[in-house]
Write a protein that binds this ligand. Structure first.
Ligand code: SF4
Length: 639
């Protein structure tokens, strides 16, 4: 029996439990393609575990199972972590490693690794099956074979129970592969020579399944839904199934292709929104990226969608070739002046492997970070100052924050802790196993216990350091141990009422994360100064004067008074990064306080509760749509 384990690793985040969108759809498609093979067992690592287990925990779990083949789906946000895990797995028990996904392109130098056995370019199904059937095929080291026939007739892998839609209450459905457009920043058009559409009945049976299962949101993964030749017919079929609009459907489209009749059909079928790539309105920049724009038709299309109650999420790119700060501002003005700024995503240009912009970067004068996510650093029109100025302009004009800070979420106990006793760590259950989410370091622990804890950490995790722990060397040693075992896991260090010796300590000197970390590049525009963006440090103290605030550092007021704060009390603390409510009041009073304050939370300083149950309730009241289901079942104790 050949045992295969397929894994998709998430975008790293600084807050535990936030929705990741890390749905292993590609892996589930491969599993389905190999279903009929005899003598083969293919499993997809559960989304909950793949998304929230730390590096050491993942290594332990995979090594315990010892599959013959480990397959990874590679994106810019996980490729370096994949390379690290592959090396460790090879050394541990020597499985074959196969990698596919958007990051796997012939020109990606990162993939020249002795630890990867096979690279799959584009569609995976046929190549995967050949690898499982034909031993000699491995010697080719890489392959590209479109799986159009298979894709056209395949059922969604959700229908065979291979995925966990309940975690985010969303379902992804591929209805098309390939793209008719040739945008120079995108690789998707190169991964498939032509267009192939999933059969109408296959799409409709998946929509029916989504309705039957009570899925909240269905995302049709078409890069441009309006290119589908039988679209009116398909929409009529969806309308019949989803007539009560119980499932909200989302997709991507070109606004220029929307006519009045089509907009009505989308609405009747239950479409809740479209992502529309505007990118820029500047004609030379549009030409450079091989896109066109008809302003009148674009505006007509967006107005028709909105008039039919369909939301619009617009994408803009900052730092395109031929773009200048003035032309970028005109694009932002176009969005604001035409009332399209409700939901805008602003992406700094990324020079992804395999794309035309990457290949022509010297000629175009584009300087980019060679590490994922390959963010643009300089263009003929933009340097660091211009980028930050453009970001400020867009945030002010559109009244939004494109790179908001992480949530304040520093709960650490289930009730008033006994001052004489060190509080227990906080764990979570993922995929039937227990993982350590919050390490509570209130007194020294033996090194072997720390090593065991490091092997069970989640991604991300928190280390709370209590007020009585004063030994800098010890604290430094703990950080070295846990981060060396988890070099790709972002973390938050929470210092509770720290003595001066710890508050002044350079904790980063002891952190052994892989640098640059993906977040160092991804959050480049959150913190202008180069440096750490994967380790957050938060000081909790009863001192209201700001002393400890810098990039990736927060100072939070520790509210321990029985009298709960009123709005004015909270507003007096706006100079700090938030308030940790740890008041010894009854649950009933605290619930009433939360219910009263939650509707105004956006106008208050950031608030967290020290009590885990209260913090969960607060997040449900103020940020429910940001968090995944079933991931935050916290318990005290050891993993
Ligand atoms: S950006 Fe979208 S429209 Fe352009 S090539 Fe890529 S998938 Fe197609």
């Amino acid at each position: 029996m050949t045992d295969v384990l397929l894994i998709q690793l998430p975008i790293p985040r600084l807050n535990y439990g936030r929705r990741t969108g890390n749905i292993p759809l590609a892996a589930a498609c491969l599993k389905q393609a190999a279903d009929e093979l005899v003598g083969v067992r293919v499993d997809v690592l559960a989304e909950s575990v793949a998304s929230f287990a730390g590096d050491a925990a993942l290594l332990g779990l995979i090594s315990e199972r010892r599959p013959d083949i480990v397959g990874f789906t590679a994106f810019s946000w996980n490729i370096e972590r994949i390379l690290y895990l592959s090396q460790r797995l090879k050394n541990a028990f020597g499985p074959r490693i196969v990698v596919g996904g958007p990051e796997v392109t012939p020109d990606n130098a990162l993939l020249r690794s002795e630890h990867l056995d096979f690279l799959v370019y584009g569609d995976g199904e046929k190549v995967f099956v050949r690898l499982l059937e034909d031993e000699a095929f491995w010697s080719r080291l890489h392959a590209a074979e479109e799986a159009s026939d298979h894709f056209r007739t395949s059922r969604s892998p959700y229908l065979s129970g291979g995925l966990e839609p309940q975690i985010e209450n969303i379902m992804l459905l591929e209805t098309q592969r390939g793209c008719p457009h040739r945008c120079a920043f995108c690789y998707y058009n190169k991964s498939h020579r032509g267009l192939v559409f999933a059969e109408r009945d296959r799409v409709l049976e998946a929509v029916q399944w989504a309705c039957d299962q009570g899925i909240g949101e269905l995302f049709l993964l078409d890069p441009s839904l309006n290119t589908r030749p039988d679209l009116p017919d398909l929409l009529e079929g969806i309308r019949r199934i989803n007539s009560d609009r119980r499932v909200s459907i989302f997709s991507e489209t070109r606004a220029e292709g929307i006519e009045a009749g089509l907009a009505k059909r989308f609405a009747a079928a239950g479409f809740g929104g479209f992502e529309i790539g505007l990118q820029t309105t500047h004609p030379p920049a549009l030409k450079a990226m091989r896109r066109s724009m008809d302003v009148d038709r674009f505006l007509k299309g967006t107005r028709l969608l909105k008039a039919n109650g369909i939301g619009i999420a617009l994408d803009l790119i900052m730092g395109l070739p031929e773009e200048t700060p003035a032309s970028f501002r005109r694009s932002v003005d176009f969005v604001a002046d035409n009332d399209l700024g409700e939901d805008v995503q602003l992406f700094p240009l990324a020079l992804l492997p395999g794309t035309e912009f990457r290949q022509r970067h010297s000629e175009l004068g584009l300087v980019y970070d060679p590490h994922p996510p390959y963010t643009i650093q300089r263009t003929p029109g933009f340097g660091q100052t211009e980028f930050l100025g453009a970001l400020d302009y867009a945030e002010n004009r559109l009244d939004t924050a494109f790179f908001p800070p992480p949530n304040l979420d520093i709960a650490w106990h289930f009730g008033v802790p006994d001052p004489g006793k060190a509080p227990a760590d906080i764990t979570v259950r993922l995929g039937g196993a227990t993982y350590l989410n919050k390490m509570l370091l209130f007194e020294k622990r033996p090194p072997e216990e720390l090593l065991e804890s490091a092997d069970r950490l989640t991604l991300p995790y928190q280390i709370f350091i209590g007020p009585r722990l004063k030994d800098r060397a010890y604290v430094g040693g703990v950080l070295e141990t846990v981060t060396a075992a988890n070099p790709f896991c972002p973390l938050e260090i929470v210092l509770i009422d720290p003595p001066a010796s710890l508050a002044g300590m350079n904790l980063l000197d002891h952190v052994r994360l892989k640098r640059p970390h993906f977040l160092d590049g991804d959050l480049r525009f959150s913190f202008a100064r180069p440096g750490n963006r994967a380790v957050l440090t938060t000081v909790v103290s009863c001192i209201a004067a700001p002393r400890y605030q810098d990039d990736m550092q927060r100072q939070v007021f520790w509210w321990v008074s029985d009298a709960l704060p009123e709005r004015a009390d909270l507003e007096d603390l706006f100079d700090l990064d938030g308030v940790l409510l740890d008041a010894p009041a009854s649950m009933g009073r605290l619930h009433r306080w939360q219910d009263r304050m939650a509707p105004r939370a956006a106008d208050l300083p950031y608030i967290s509760f020290a009590h885990i149950g209260l913090q969960k309730r607060w997040l449900a009241l103020t940020a429910a749509e940001d968090y995944a289901n079933g991931i935050m079942e916290y318990r005290p104790g050891n993993p």
